[in-house]
Design a binder for this molecule. Structure first.
Ligand code: PGA
Length: 243
């Protein structure tokens, strides 16, 4: 794994947008894996700015990591809604080429199987953007998620429910389940870039980079990936011995 430590959140967002821009230049029909949450917001803002300057998404395809189970795409806390608001409606991507698990498919098992098939049919993900949970989760793969797992219906850890409550009116509105790409789906991506900012991520980042590779800390599996870059700010790097 490679680690790039930058000054602050703005620098993370620019460095991440640089990686996406370079990948898109090299392969206009890039298959790009996307994440939600607070961390990638600055990168999306940067990508929108660059699109206004000519960056072309017309041939790209995107796959999101996850969606809450039970939330429809018009629910304001759904990841469909988030992606539309934060990126898609501002760029020239073809909506037919944007994939996010359907959180209201009455047959979630079928949804998971279809999602894996759609990724394979697209030729696999070229570049996957990840955040990291304070408990080390990637996507909604919580501690204990099997390294061999593909897209599935998963239970959210209480820590995740609490952390994400800020996007809902009340804690009990936060869904307890999600459809998430599995660890194996993520490890199949050709290139991975994980973004983390802030002191609250420092423990998870240091364990992911330097701790044992264990299902107890899902992001630690990335130590086994041949092309993975962590872009983190100084606060998130504070528990690394090199700083
Ligand atoms: P955050 O979430 O970007 O909102 O901190 C990251 C994650 O849970 O993966």
């Amino acid at each position: 794994m490679r680690v790039k430590i930058v000054k602050d959140y703005k620098a993370i967002s620019e460095a991440a947008a640089d990686v996406v821009e370079a990948a898109l230049k090299g392969k206009p029909d890039l298959v790009l894996g996307l994440a939600t949450g607070s961390t990638p917001l600055g990168m999306y803002e940067e990508l929108i700015k660059r699109h206004q300057g000519g960056m072309d998404f017309s041939k790209a395809t995107t796959f999101n990591l996850d969606e809450y189970f039970g939330l429809s795409s018009d629910h304001q806390a759904s990841y469909h809604y988030y992606m539309e608001e934060q990126l898609f409606r501002h760029i020239n991507i073809d909506p037919a080429n944007t994939y996010i698990p359907n959180g209201i498919n009455p047959d979630p098992m079928e949804e998971c199987k279809n999602y894996e098939t759609q990724m394979k049919t697209a030729g696999g993900i070229d570049l996957q953007i990840l955040g990291i949970g304070t408990n080390g989760h990637i996507g909604f793969n919580e501690p204990g998620a099997p390294f061999g797992g593909t897209t599935s219906l998963v239970d959210l850890a209480q820590e995740t429910v609490n952390a994400n409550a800020r996007f809902f009116q009340k804690l009990d509105e936060v869904p307890r389940q999600a459809i998430s790409m599995g660890i194996k789906s993520i490890m199949n991506c050709a290139e991975i870039v994980l973004l983390a900012n802030g002191a609250h991520k420092a423990d998870a980042v240091s364990q992911a980079l330097l701790g044992p590779v264990t299902e107890k800390l899902p992001a630690s599996v990335l130590q086994l990936h041949p092309n993975c870059l962590f872009i983190i700010d100084e606060a998130a790097a504070a528990k690394l011995p090199i700083t």
